[in-house]
Design a protein around this ligand. Structure first.
Ligand SMILES: *Cc1c(COP(=O)(O)O)cnc(C)c1O
Length: 349
């Protein structure tokens, strides 16, 4: 036996490429093309660096209060972490301790299988239909937990409250996680259902709609019981996860609803224009409720388009995976970036 036999064997999550150059158009990680609110910039530049000698507020209480206020919840129903990925990995650890497999769609956020791998959580994937729709009836089966992204990624398809309610009604004995990373771009939030279902946990991120991917901030909303299990898990791993600067920046982002809404509007308008342009070029894509589109072309392989765009310094996302290997996931950039993308695609086609 060598120490090598004891090293972890796991296939990690692979994020969108970050090329080693500066002059390129990055449409592969669903980042927001616009900066965070000026209130956030002020909170960061006026941050009192001396206060860094102290540990941050352990449970990010001021930030949690700001989130609770905006969502109409009590602070005991909110948990903040270092990005949704941090919150979700804690939630998987905290809630999925059954021997029964947890279930989630076969086409969804690819981090799910990675967490199941590292945390030894059994799982089964449930196929989406030929239009990438998730069928709520398929989730009426025994399981150790349910994870749904709504709107889903990378498909960009969002579903209404009835759909989430049906999944919850079929899963009274499981924790149901609804990942709402993209909900602000036109999806329907399940927050109104929190009053009725104490087994529902909703996660959100500052990375997409709030333009703070580099800050690493995300949160969860749920019953006090679920939220306490998250705190217990966090406090067993790392009790001070959200740093003081991130807490200040996050809270400031909630002080500027107007800027938030205006940024969303711009992204949505560009997305709808991009959708029309792509369809005019023959691409097939569902209506997006997110800040990206998921498109395929009947005459050209997604891989070839992906490689071609790279030669034009435009980076989009392509996975050579079953069912989606002829699709590109393209983040909505600024209008100029979108124009460059459209021009390059027209050239290619
Ligand atoms: C981007 C994304 C996340 C993670 O967001 P972070 O807060 O940056 O960790 C979670 N779920 C989905 C579906 C995402 O697309």
């Amino acid at each position: 036996m060598s120490w090598r036999d004891n090293l972890i064997k796991i296939e990690p999550y692979v994020a969108g490429e970050q090329p080693n150059k500066t002059d390129f158009i990055k449409l592969n990680a669903n980042e927001n093309p616009y900066p965070p609110s000026p209130r956030v910039l002020a909170a960061v530049s006026n941050f009192n660096a001396e206060s860094l000698k102290k540990y941050p507020s352990a449970n990010a209480l001021p930030l949690v209060k700001a989130i609770a206020k905006r969502e109409g919840l009590n602070p005991e129903n909110v948990f903040a972490g270092n990005g949704t990925d941090d919150v979700l990995s804690l939630a998987f650890r905290a809630f999925f301790n059954s021997k029964k497999p947890i279930i989630f769609p076969d086409i969804t956020y690819s981090f799910n299988t990675v967490w199941c791998g590292i945390l030894n959580i059994p799982y089964e994937t449930v196929p989406v239909d030929e239009n990438f729709n998730i069928n709520a009836k398929d989730y009426a089966r025994e399981n150790g937990g349910v994870v749904i992204a709504n709107p889903n990624a990378p498909t960009s398809i969002g579903r209404g409250l009835d759909f989430i309610r049906e999944i919850l009604d079929n899963n009274r004995e499981s924790v149901v996680i609804v990942d709402e990373a993209y909900v602000d771009f036109g999806g329907t939030t399940a927050v109104p259902l929190l009053k009725e279902y104490d087994n529902l946990l909703i996660t959100r991120t500052f990375s997409k709609s709030r333009s703070l991917a580099g800050m690493r901030l995300g949160w969860a909303m749920g019953s006090a019981e679920l939220i306490s299990a998250l705190y217990a898990t966090k406090d067993s791993m790392n009790s001070y996860p959200v740093d003081s600067i991130a807490q200040a920046a996050g809270a400031a982002s909630f002080e500027d609803e107007e800027y938030f809404q205006s940024t969303l509007k711009r992204v949505i308008a560009t997305r709808d224009r991009l959708t029309k342009e792509l369809r005019a070029m023959g691409f097939k894509l569902p209506d997006s409720q997110t800040n990206f589109v998921f498109a395929s072309h009947p005459k050209h392989s997604a891989r070839e388009i992906f490689e071609y765009l790279k030669t034009k310094d435009i980076y989009v996302r392509w996975w050579g995976k079953p069912k989606i290997d002829n699709f590109l996931r393209i983040t909505v950039g600024t209008d100029e970036e979108t124009d460059a993308l459209i021009a390059a695609l027209k050239d290619f086609i």
